[in-house]
Unconditional design. Structure first.
Length: 116
């Protein structure tokens, strides 16, 4: 139901934009988030956005570099990543909140690799 795309290999200082398209279920009334998991590490939250897009939150490590946004008409969430660093290398996942209040819906992940 959530399809993440846009990952790839980029040099340090470069930019990427990830997209997360929802199908089969609308997430227009629900918060969404981007998470990442680096090799050998636990999954961590990167950025969150509320249902309207007016409220966002970021991990300290990405503040000022990443921007989360959404287009409810397209049922899509984005993560604009600028000034990428090698430590941003990870598999990035998008997730959607369910009626439980938890992130019940997950995309398949997209690999982001930042070379130094």
């Amino acid at each position: 139901q959530l399809q993440a795309s846009g990952g790839g290999l980029v040099q340090a200082g470069g930019s990427l934009t990830l997209s997360c398209a929802a199908s089969g279920r609308t997430f227009r009334g629900y918060g969404m988030g981007w998470f990442r998991q680096a090799a050998g590490k636990e999954r961590e939250v990167v950025a969150t956005i509320n249902w309207s897009g007016r409220s966002t939150g970021y991990a300290d490590s990405v503040k000022g570099r990443f921007t989360i946004s959404r287009d409810n008409a397209k049922n899509t969430v984005y993560l604009q990543m600028n000034n990428l660093k090698p430590e941003d290398t990870a598999v990035y996942y998008c997730a959607g909140l369910g009626d439980s209040g938890r992130y019940d819906y997950w995309g398949q992940g997209t690999q982001v690799t930042v070379s130094s």
